[in-house]
Ligand binder design. Structure first.
Ligand code: TNX
Length: 523
């Protein structure tokens, strides 16, 4: 009670509800002091270098709607510290005192994050910011979100909105799953049928009008992301999950029958590797990122024809491979060298750990939460690893007990589970911390046919992801995060984003999916 009264007095005194002076993700060092800085139309916003000036101009535009008309003079100063040895690290400091807001960093990314932090404070406090001192730096360098646009396509505007929110949350990797069974979503000039034929259909409707990104669209989105310090990792899934490509170019398909027809490329045809090389050439040109994700997952689902096709069987013998599994690994090694011939590093799902690729030539995404040994093996072999285990990092899992649409596997993925990651698996990575690049939340979209469901599955768990990836273990406090959450939810309201509210679960209707079998258990 006493505390409550004190809190009330304090809040009245500051004239800004304390609850609004929060940040997502929460900073490492954050102290509040007495006094308020008012952003007004007379506030000067300045930078000390080309990049800082550019950012200052951007900030002026973004603050316009929040500025009170007032003539009192104060200044927001963005400083890129030039005495730093290099443009590395993503840390920043933010000081609000007297008539000055000072943002400082030794890298462009750091200064950008200082600006994003200030923008959150300004936005949550409606142009009023409490005096404070913030010193911040992230725990992990890879803070990612994956979106599957093959199963369902959402388009440029939605992707840009997500990139904006990611930037605000200081997430810095957008993993773009662009190809899979139902659709190929990226224009490749040398192989026009990939989109003329491969882009037709989606998970629910094989005849849906073609949807894909032109190379111009891709360039536009890459530029948009780069400006926000987000790296885009394209994924071209192979040799499995390649149905859309195999339908467009059956000469590179391993054929097959029934449900899994055309699921996998033909690894016994040397022309397949030329095709892949040509495709990856264009992909490598379009994306400045040093990585290309080549999938590599779940080949066994649809490679039955490898066991009977005479051309493939002959190839296995000729190459001196022992069996079809070895053929899969042979394929992955070939692709690793194709990727590296283009000056890029391959990323693959955790199946690639067994393929015999040199550990410095590939990065592993651990996804099979039920196979902890695969994570350990990857680390022991010296691979760099990104953590995105189905539990709790798959956003196609339901997030509340009564939800009906989505996956479950001995439970589901609550916002608290995401926030608390990776605490429960840290014993597995002990001693290998330097090989853990970071983590990612992955959204598969078999049961996400529209934007409303997309938002509902992504938010608010994406906010928890940013905390998990940014905040050091010793500073994490889930109950406090949950207490602060409404502030960001309000911001999502202003963007028109449809989210689940874990604080009032029944208030939000769960959007449905056209899929008949909606709850998928353990598989
Ligand atoms: C497994 S994760 C897949 C995806 C599915 C997802 C559904 C991975 C590497 N492969 O193809 O969409 O499960 O949760």
């Amino acid at each position: 009670m006493k505390f409550k009264i004190l809190f009330l007095v304090f809040s009245l005194w500051t004239a800004i509800p304390l609850s609004s002076q929060v940040l997502f993700p929460s900073p490492q060092i954050y102290s509040l002091e007495k006094g308020i800085f008012n952003i007004t139309t007379a506030t000067k916003i300045k930078g000390n270098s080309t990049y800082a000036i550019q950012l200052a101009d951007k900030l002026s535009g973004q603050l316009r709607g929040l500025s009170a008309s007032d003539s009192s003079h104060n200044i927001i100063l963005l400083k890129l510290l030039s005495n730093s040895t290099s443009n590395t690290g993503e840390g920043y400091s933010l000081d609000v005192k007297g008539d000055t807001v000072l943002l400082e960093a030794t890298s462009e990314a750091g200064l950008f994050y200082a600006k994003e932090a200030l923008l959150q404070l300004a936005c949550f406090g409606k142009g009023k910011i409490r005096y404070c001192h913030i010193q911040d730096t992230p725990r992990y360098q890879w803070r990612g979100f994956m979106l599957d646009e093959s199963r369902h396509f959402f388009g440029k505007e939605k992707v840009k909105q997500y990139l904006d929110i990611m930037a605000s949350l200081r997430l810095n990797v957008f993993h773009w799953h662009l190809t899979d069974e139902p659709g190929w979503r990226i224009e490749i000039k040398k192989y026009p049928k990939l989109t003329q034929i491969g882009a037709i259909g989606n998970w629910h409707d094989p005849k849906a009008a073609p949807k894909f990104y032109t190379q111009e669209d891709i360039k536009e989105i890459v530029a948009y992301a780069t400006e926000r310090h987000i790296m885009i990792i394209p994924e071209i899934d192979m040799p499995g999950h390649a149905t859309a490509a195999c339908k467009a170019y059956p000469e590179y398909s391993s054929g097959g029958e029934g449900r899994w027809k055309d699921f996998a490329f033909n690894p016994g045809n040397i022309k397949t590797y030329q095709f892949i090389s040509d495709v990856l050439d264009e992909v490598a040109q379009l994306f400045p990122s040093p990585y290309i994700h080549i999938g590599g997952d779940e080949v066994h689902y649809g490679n039955q024809s490898w066991y009977t096709d005479t051309e493939i069987q002959d190839f296995i013998k000729k190459q001196g491979l022992t069996d079809e599994k070895e053929l899969e690994y042979y394929f992955l090694r070939q692709v690793a060298s194709i990727v590296s011939s283009k000056g890029k590093t391959m990323i693959g799902w955790d199946e690639i750990v067994d393929a015999g690729i040199a550990p410095d030539k590939a990065v592993v995404m651990w996804w099979r939460h039920d196979k902890e040994s695969q994570l350990v093996k990857a680390l022991e072999q010296g691979y760099r690893v990104i953590l995105t285990p189905r539990r709790p990092m798959y956003a196609d899992f339901i997030q509340f007990a009564s939800h009906k649409v989505g996956r479950q596997w001995n439970g589901y993925n609550t916002i608290e589970n995401v926030y608390n990651f990776p605490t429960l698996i840290m014993h597995l990575t002990k001693g290998y911390e330097s090989q853990i690049l970071g983590m990612q939340m992955s959204l598969w979209t078999e049961r996400v046919a529209d934007e409303k469901r997309l938002d509902f599955m992504t938010f608010p768990r994406l906010i928890a992801l940013s905390e998990a990836a940014w905040v050091f273990e010793k500073n994490k406090e889930c109950s406090l995060f949950m207490q602060h959450l409404p502030v960001f939810l309000k911001y999502l309201d202003s963007l028109g984003v449809y989210y689940f509210n874990p604080l009032d679960p029944k208030s939000i209707e769960e959007p449905q999916s056209p899929e008949k079998e909606d709850v998928i258990q353990n598989g």
